[in-house]
Design a protein around this ligand. Sequence first.
Ligand SMILES: NC(=O)c1ccc[n+]([C@@H]2O[C@H](COP(=O)([O-])OP(=O)(O)OC[C@H]3O[C@@H](n4cnc5c(N)ncnc54)[C@H](O)[C@@H]3O)[C@@H](O)[C@H]2O)c1
Length: 371
Amino acid sequence: METVVRYGIVGVGMMGREHIVNLSYLRSEGAVLTSVADPHPPSLNLAVDLALSLQFPPLQVFKGHRELLESGLCDVVVVSSPNMTHFEILMDIIKHPRPHHVLVEKPLCTTVQDCKKVVKAAAKRPEILVQVGLEYRYMPPVAKLIEIVQSGTIGQIKMVSIREHRFPFLVKVNNWNRFNANTGGTLVEKCCHFFDLMRLFTVANPVRVMASGSIDVNHKDEIYDGKVPDIIDNAYVIVEFNNGSRGMLDLCMFAEGSKNEQEISVVGDIGKGEAFVPESIVRVGSRSDGRPGVITVEAQDKRIKYEGLHHGSSYLEHLDFLAAVKAQSSSDGSPAVDLNDGLLSVAIGVAGQLSIKEGRFVTIDEVLSAY
Ligand SMILES: NC(=O)c1ccc[n+]([C@@H]2O[C@H](COP(=O)([O-])OP(=O)(O)OC[C@H]3O[C@@H](n4cnc5c(N)ncnc54)[C@H](O)[C@@H]3O)[C@@H](O)[C@H]2O)c1
């Protein structure tokens, strides 16, 4: 008989409701949604209606995560509340006498200091699995490119270039995402995904970061409680890694006129691989075969039952995490994206934000040890 795994979701705004739909496609794997927590009644109402329409049993509804933890209704808690709430919620989950596995949305926390405290607390609870929602790894063209790089086809990776050209930040509940204090800054909030991918492609850890960026086009005419948003909308970020490889991020958030939202190029000493999202195309070539030898493949993952807002990556992330949770009872489960991945993706973003502010290279040691 399939093991039943009971889920609760903390924060049921846009992403929390996306998790609800994903879980509905994982019922045959044993996932059951029992409860949700959110202080904002309209979000709760939308979540309850959505869960009903997806034929989940009636949900238990709570105003906050502590009541949800006390209910004893969950084996797994998905944390999809705003970034600045992750730290307190994670610490409460990790320190709770009853063990709950956790899937926490990116970024792990908004500061390196808070990430480190979470890592330390979690080390004392080895029976708890914590996976960080760095889900771009699971997007089929990205996953295909990771597979190609890991196969050695393009050799030792020297350069990783990631271009994200997209639409501005969406409107969120109480506009939390308009201020660095709530998000950690654009390079933390959104770009932790790309710094995580750079680490995967280079199989290395970051050493130092140089960035230039500003708020040039978006949100300038917005005002909340007398304050104008301070989140940057474009940047170039260079990341140097400890094996000599380099990463570069080109971020533009006023680029709706783009065919792809992400274009990734990974160059090794033998060849080059590229991934395009949402075209879902991967290209691979070698120096020896040149342009005529470049092949183009369409990336697909037949396991995806729900594409959702992120090209099926949330579904695959859940599938992977659920398998780790189930395997844990036989003690060979481990999260695919762990707390160290979460911490380092935030550290690179924090270093980038500081580099922009102070106009200098910032070392990762500096941001990891200064706090
Ligand atoms: N994986 C991705 O690519 C991706 C995409 C979008 C958002 N996210 C992340 O998901 C999280 C939520 O973002 P969103 O877009 O859903 O925002 P949102 O504003 O749409 O929803 C956030 C919800 O959390 C609720 N909330 C606020 N404080 C809370 C608390 N203390 N406890 C419980 N709930 C609380 C709000 O009332 C709201 O309903 C953020 O961390 C964001 O970075 C990840």
